[in-house]
Design a protein around this ligand. Structure first.
Ligand code: IPM
Ligand code: MG
Length: 361
């Protein structure tokens, strides 16, 4: 059956990196018989420019119809002065919420070919393979009430609300336990239960769900300690599950451990495995349009899409092998090149396509 993929390139380097991922999808169509249709729509600043909204109605409708969404990046300095509801970030947040993409998978994998790129000592990160499962549609990102209000004395006060209902904790817990079952069966839940009531409930529900997964070893860690442990001894972790805000912060740390945030894909899934796939890095407006961006995180996001939403694990492996082969050949975009000469965005995309073709024959 034909699979429909929505392409949301967005802003900054988004269009350049998504263009390379599209080359890879075309190669899957031509060489591997992958039956798919692609349809593009505007989001973020591009959505605002096109229709005055960061998530245009027809973009949301397209994503609702699609089997999966491939997302580039959003944001840029020209949009920073817009009111909050019109900013590019709001487009992504609304899309996550409208599609109920509550489970955000952020792998942090160190490619052996890039061991030198990490800022940590090689032995601390060699073989690193962590999966962060971040709750994505709740918590302080979406809690009401929120705003900036005037106090009686005339001073202004900013306020946000951190809330998690039991069903929200339960479903992200199950999602994380399911993933742990496919890996080393170690799950660390990160919270701030020594201070926050929300975390107290979070921990209680995690322990309850743990009863359904006797083969998974569950542990709990306060977020301040977790941030320290991630840079002290990151290989102690297999799967980490945490709230929206803590996950936002810890996933950037974990990504940087690998030294190559330009390599890391992510998936945001709903209850039925429909998902949005995007590189972990952002829109990098400073290098947009220069052919410097690394397209591999977006290409690897296509691999995640094939695995988690489109039931094509073999094609996912082909892409991952092709990327590995290209790294073995020594090809590097500027972000991972060190002092070596670097390839452009499209040279890297073309090299992956060539490697993929070689695997098909
Ligand atoms: C991320 C980003 C987003 C977030 C922004 C762009 C809204 O930082 O995906 O990690 O905070 O979730
Ligand atoms: Mg972030």
């Amino acid at each position: 059956m034909t699979k429909n993929i929505a392409l949301l390139a967005g802003d900054g380097i988004g269009p350049e990196i998504v263009a390379e991922a599209v080359k890879v999808i075309h190669c899957l169509q031509q060489e591997f018989g992958f039956d798919t249709e692609l349809e593009a729509a505007a989001i973020g600043g591009a959505g605002y420019d096109q229709s005055g909204k960061p998530l245009p109605d027809e973009t949301l409708a397209l994503c609702e119809r699609a089997d999966a969404v491939l997302f580039g990046a959003i944001g840029g300095p020209q949009y920073d002065e817009l009111e909050r509801g019109l900013r590019p970030e709001k487009g992504l947040l609304n899309l996550r919420s409208s599609l109920s993409l509550f489970s955000n998978l952020r792998p942090a994998i160190l490619y052996p070919q890039l061991a030198d790129a990490s800022s940590l000592k090689p032995d601390l990160v060699a073989g690193l393979d962590i999966m962060i499962v971040r709750e994505l549609t709740g918590g302080i990102y979406f809690g009401q009430p929120r705003g900036i209000r005037k106090l009686a004395n005339g001073e202004r006060q900013g306020f946000n609300t951190l809330v998690y209902a039991e069903h929200e904790i339960e479903r992200i817990a199950r999602s994380a336990f399911d993933i742990a079952m496919l890996r080393d069966r170690k799950l660390c839940s990160v919270d701030k239960a020594n201070v926050l009531e929300v975390s107290e409930l979070w921990r209680e529900v995690l322990n309850r769900v743990a009863g359904e997964y006797p083969d998974v070893e569950i542990s709990h860690m306060y977020v301040d300690n977790a941030s320290m442990q991630l840079v002290r001894a990151p290989k102690q972790f297999d799967v980490i599950v945490t709230t929206n805000l803590f996950g936002d912060i810890l996933s950037d740390t974990a990504a940087m451990l690998t030294g190559s945030i330009g390599m890391l894909p992510s998936a945001s899934l709903d209850e039925n495995g429909k998902g949005l796939y995007e590189p972990v890095h952002g829109s990098a407006p400073d290098i947009a349009g220069k052919g410097l961006a690394n397209p591999l995180a977006t290409i690897l996001s296509v691999a995640m899409m094939l695995r988690y939403s489109l039931q094509q694990p073999n094609l996912a492996e082909q892409i991952e092998s092709a990327v590995g082969n290209v790294l073995d050949q020594g090809l590097r975009t500027a972000d991972i090149a060190g002092t070596a000469q670097s390839a452009s965005t499209s040279e890297m995309g073309d090299a992956v396509v060539t490697a993929l073709r070689a695997l098909a024959r």
